[in-house]
Design a protein around this ligand. Structure first.
Ligand code: ADP
Ligand code: C5P
Ligand code: MG
Length: 218
């Protein structure tokens, strides 16, 4: 009887809702660090070795900028070139959509590396408003690197990246934004014992060895 009832129920409930009821709450690691600290590089290596999905806020904004018909294309373009942080309403929608799409396709993919977010107070408030109770932030993975190393890596990347912000003028602004707006967010998480810091000035493999140790114990 119960079996029959359950069987007939699961047929009637729309499959998306049925699947959603089985889903795990998203488990999130925020990945922060200066421009060029190696966030994207390390996230790719994590994805190769662990069951995480990498969502870069910057990549999502660049894709939205390029999307035909986007009402935010010009705004995003201006913000990126000026090294300013795009209003969170735009970014949080892109992140939410990407998370929902990932979990909608495969409910086992509930672990996310959210790279380059939250970058300022507005980002953090937007996350708290939209995601309160809907996702667990495990910790912040912080790639710590001097401004000089960050700038040099971005200038090197700029030779082939085609990015409008990998040039000296934009980089100076991005570093200022990082120091003034992002560092205080990292410090806030630090106060709650939620920051795992890696010395990102070393080689890719040395940095990744530390990352593995951190992910291994979490
Ligand atoms: P972010 O996402 O933090 O801006 P990226 O991962 O895109 O940084 O790296 C910036 C540039 O520096 C890229 O050209 C990348 O190949 C290079 N890079 C990344 N990590 C290292 C490292 N540990 N040592 C030297 N170069 C690196
Ligand atoms: O992380 P990434 O270097 O790709 O970010 C590039 C730019 O995208 C930032 O300098 C900023 O202008 C924009 N951005 C943003 N908000 C975020 C992440 C990135 O406005 N949370
Ligand atoms: Mg990046």
């Amino acid at each position: 009887m119960i079996g029959r009832l359950f069987g007939s129920l699961s047929q009637k409930v729309p499959s998306f809702l049925y699947r959603a009821s089985l889903m795990m709450k998203p488990q999130v690691v925020f990945v922060l660090g200066g421009p060029g600290a190696g966030k994207g590089t390390q996230c790719s290596k994590i994805v190769e070795n662990y069951n995480y999905t990498h969502l870069s806020a910057g990549d999502l904004l660049r894709a939205e900028r390029a999307r035909e018909g986007s009402e935010f294309g010009q705004l995003i373009s201006n913000y990126i070139k000026e090294g300013k942080i795009v209003p969170v309403e735009i970014t949080i929608n892109l992140l939410k959509k990407a998370m929902e799409e990932t979990m909608g396709k495969d409910e086992k993919k509930f672990r996310f590396l959210i790279d380059g977010f939250p970058r300022n107070e507005d980002n953090l408030q937007g996350w708290n408003t939209a995601m309160d109770g809907k996702a667990d932030v495990k910790f912040v993975l912080f790639f710590d690197c001097s401004n000089e190393v960050c700038i040099n890596r971005c200038l090197e990347r700029g030779k082939s990246s085609g990015r409008t912000d990998d040039n000296r003028e934009s980089l100076e602004k991005r570093i200022q934004t990082y120091l003034q707006s992002t560092r205080p967010i990292i410090e806030l998480y630090e106060k709650h014992g939620k920051v795992r810091t890696v010395d990102a000035s070393r080689s890719v493999d040395e940095v990744f060895a530390d990352v593995k140790t951190i992910l291994g114990v979490e």
